[in-house]
Design a binder for this molecule. Structure first.
Ligand code: TRP
Length: 334
C-alpha cells in the first residue's frame, strides 16, 4: 500500500506558541516517523493580510523554521518548503478558482471570522478571500491525505475536499485525493488571560522561544479564579488556566489531582500553584530553547534545509501539474 502523505504548515507572522504545539506540532513530530511528511511555511498566505509588510513575513520564515527544528521535526524525515517557492501552487490555485463561487468563499466560517476581526467588511481583498483556495492547492499539489491541524482549520479541509470532488468529477479523473484532518486531543489551548484561544495577536501567548524570565512573568500573571482571594478560600478548578495547563503539561497526574482537591477545599495559594507550573513549563521548554539556539547559530544551514525541501517539493508538484494539464487538455507541448 502507498504511504500516506501528511501536509501542514503555518503562516510566518510570528514565532510559534504553546497553542501551536498542542494543536498540531506534537502530532507532526510523531507523524514524521510514520508517513511521508511535508511542512510548509505559508508565506503567500501570510502576505494576504500582510502585503504591506514583506519584511515581517520574510523575517518570520526563519523564526518558524527554527521553532520546527527546535521541537524535533527532523529535516531528514520531514520535507520543509516555502510556499512562494513552489510556483505550481499558485498555478493550481488559479485553476481551482473556476470551481469555487465567491459566495462559498464568503461562507467559510474561519475566513468570515477573520474578516470580522480585521474589520475588512466589503473591502476584503480578492487575495484574502481566496486564500482557502490557495490552501487547497497547498494540500493537493503533494496529494496530502492527512492534515494535522487545530480545530479552526476544519473548514479549510472541507473546502479542499469539495474542490477535489468537483475537479475529479468535471475532468473525469481520480488524480486528486481527498484529505482528512487529524485533530489533536487538545485542539485548543486557552490564552494566559483565560481567553478561549491562545494567539499572538491576542497578546495572550507563551512562545516556544520565550526566555525563563518571560515564562515566570507570564505564568505569574495567569488567570486563575478571581474569587480565590485568600489562601484558605475554596478555589475553582474549572476555567482556571493554571490547572488547564497542568493537565496538559504535568506528567504527574496523581499529584495534579491532589492539588485540585486541595485548591477546591481551600489552603492552596495561587503563587504556590503557579510556581509548580513554572517548573513544569520550564522543563518542557528548556530543551526546545537550547536546540533552537543551536540551530540559530547556523542560518546558512537552516536556509539550505529550506532550499533542499523546496527543490524536492517542486519535483513532486511538477508531476502533479503534468497530470492536471493532461486531464484539462493543457498539455500542448508534452
Ligand atoms: N491556514 C493555516 C494557518 O492559518 C496555514 C496553512 C496554509 C495550512 N496552508 C496549509 C495548514 C495547508 C494546513 C495545510 O495556520
Amino acid at each position: 500500500m502507498k504511504k500516506k502523505v501528511v501536509l501542514t504548515g503555518d503562516r510566518p507572522t510570528g514565532p510559534l506558541h504553546l497553542g501551536h504545539y498542542v494543536g498540531s506540532l506534537a502530532n507532526r513530530v510523531y507523524l514524521q516517523d510514520v508517513y511521508k511528511q511535508y511542512v510548509l511555511i505559508a508565506d503567500m498566505q501570510a502576505l494576504t493580510d500582510n502585503y504591506e509588510h514583506p519584511d515581517k513575513v520574510r523575517q518570520n520564515v526563519l523564526e518558524v523554521v527554527l521553532d520546527y527544528l527546535a521541537v524535533g521535526l527532523d529535516p531528514k524525515k520531514t520535507t520543509f518548503f516555502i510556499q512562494s517557492q513552489i510556483p505550481q501552487i499558485a498555478e493550481l490555485a488559479v485553476i481551482y478558482l473556476n470551481l469555487v463561487t465567491i459566495n462559498r468563499l464568503r461562507r467559510n466560517p474561519t475566513v468570515k471570522n477573520e474578516i470580522a476581526q480585521k474589520g475588512y467588511g466589503e473591502n476584503v481583498t480578492a487575495g484574502f478571500l481566496m486564500y482557502p483556495v490557495h490552501q487547497a492547492a497547498d494540500i493537493t499539489i503533494v496529494k496530502g491525505s492527512v492534515i494535522p491541524v487545530g480545530a479552526d482549520q476544519l473548514p479549510m479541509i472541507e473546502q479542499t475536499n469539495e474542490i477535489v470532488r468537483s475537479f475529479n468529477h468535471i475532468y473525469h479523473t481520480d488524480i486528486l485525493v481527498e484529505s482528512e484532518p487529524l485533530i489533536s486531543s487538545t485542539p485548543r489551548l486557552p490564552g494566559i488571560d483565560g481567553g478561549e484561544k491562545m494567539g499572538k495577536s491576542l497578546g495572550n501567548a507563551i512562545f516556544l522561544s520565550d526566555s525563563s524570565d518571560v515564562i515566570v512573568k507570564k505564568v505569574m500573571s495567569m488567570y486563575t479564579d478571581p474569587n480565590h482571594v485568600h489562601v484558605n478560600d475554596p478555589g475553582k478548578v474549572e476555567g482556571n488556566v493554571v490547572f488547564t495547563y497542568l493537565d496538559i503539561f504535568d506528567q504527574n497526574k496523581d499529584e495534579v489531582q491532589e492539588l485540585k482537591e486541595q485548591y477546591q477545599r481551600g489552603g492552596l495559594g495561587d503563587v504556590k500553584l503557579k510556581k509548580r507550573l513554572i517548573e513544569v513549563l520550564e522543563s518542557f521548554l528548556l530543551p526546545i530553547r537550547l536546540r533552537r539556539e543551536e540551530f540559530a547559530k547556523d542560518k546558512a544551514e537552516v536556509m539550505k534545509i529550506l532550499f533542499d525541501g523546496s527543490a524536492q517539493t517542486v519535483q513532486v508538484a511538477s508531476e502533479t501539474m503534468r497530470e492536471v494539464h493532461a486531464v484539462m487538455k493543457l498539455d500542448y507541448f508534452d
